[in-house]
Design a protein around this ligand. Sequence first.
Ligand code: FCB
Length: 445
Amino acid sequence: MATTSFEFPPNFRWGTSTSSYQVEGNLTNNDWWAAEQAGGYVYQNQTAGQACDWWNRAEEDFDRMAEMSQNAHRLSIEWSRVEPSPGVWDEDALARYREMLAGLRRRGVEPMVTLHHFTNPLWLTEQGGWENEAVVGWFERYTRKVVSALGDLTSLWCTVNEPDVMIAQGYSLGRFPPGKRDLSAALRAAVNVVRAHAAAYHAIHALAPHARVGIAKHMMVWQPWRPWLPNDHLATGLLEHMFNRLPLMMVTEGIMRVPGQRSLLMPECANTLDWLGVNYYQRFRVRLNLASSESLPVESQTRPGMLTGPGDWGEIHPRGVFTTLRKLWRRYRLPMVITENGIPDAHDQHRPNFIVEHVHQVWQAIARKIPVWGYYFWSLVDNFEWTEGYNPSFRFGLIGVDFDTQARTMRRSGQLYAAIAEQGGLTPEIVEEYTPGLAPQLFRL
Ligand code: FCB
């Protein structure tokens, strides 16, 4: 038996994350499908198509999770499937989700259910999407239906995935549908997303008193481009406030404070997190750019010489998961979970190191008594990566997927993650075998 040098608590969740549109296949009733038809959003105008065919064969990948010693999985329910038109429910779809959750449980994999992961039913989009305040009631109605149907199969509910990313990309940067670049539309939509989250939080607790409800918040690490320049600190502070802090202020304190605007009180949204989910990926350097054509006068970049992801992915910065957890714990005192963490890396060149270094930093947080109860890697299998579609540079899976044949190939990082989950932490043997270059640094050999 190996000595576990960075041992995690015995009930720690070792899992992976996925989302409906990225893996299920043949979804044609939501705004992403419509955006693909219109063109201009996705790499080479690709469509999600069959994706990983989970609607038909998720169980084959559930088997792989179990073989890889995973004890948890985060997946999402597709709103456009469950409620194809307003107030009309697809009971067969709910039955399939029941089958999936039961299948995970049978394999010893605890499901976490996300209610909203970027995609919106077409009928919602046609009625103004997140800018229409009626969405709050519609989301609550959908939540009630799903929790009534599936509430006995899970107690872990994640209301909305990355409301920040959905709003920034869809309403401010124009890269996700509805493709707007309009800060006031973004703020209107943000208020409605947070109100919808809060309504869902209360509805879930009313229906399932033992449920534990959170969100998945994308946390960026931003640092001033030129640390000696006050302007760059100002720009960094602005992004930190608008992206990292504002959504959490709304769901913890029930206040929206935007510089230059009157504060909005939303008392019904205060204290609506039982836990905080952290999606952590990258770091950017930020500077003030008053000539920027974006809705905020800032520009972000990577520093030459740093390891970066492809395209404008940003810098790979493992320490950032620790500093983020520490900052959030000091500010909110909520139990936390890493709901996503991963790297686009088709050839698995950097993923093994990425996993070991990030898991080590999560351990550092736990060792300092910061309560983190799980780590869900993004992702189990390669899948449809939003605006990057099936761009071969944007492969996130522990398991590779051939999208022509649906064949799966376990990557070395998949074997590594299985070993970590099996041992419940990082042992010298695991590090020596998969990432020998990191052994001296981690174990001071
Ligand atoms: C996150 C998304 C997730 C996936 C990863 C790579 O922002 O929540 O769906 O695309 O990025």
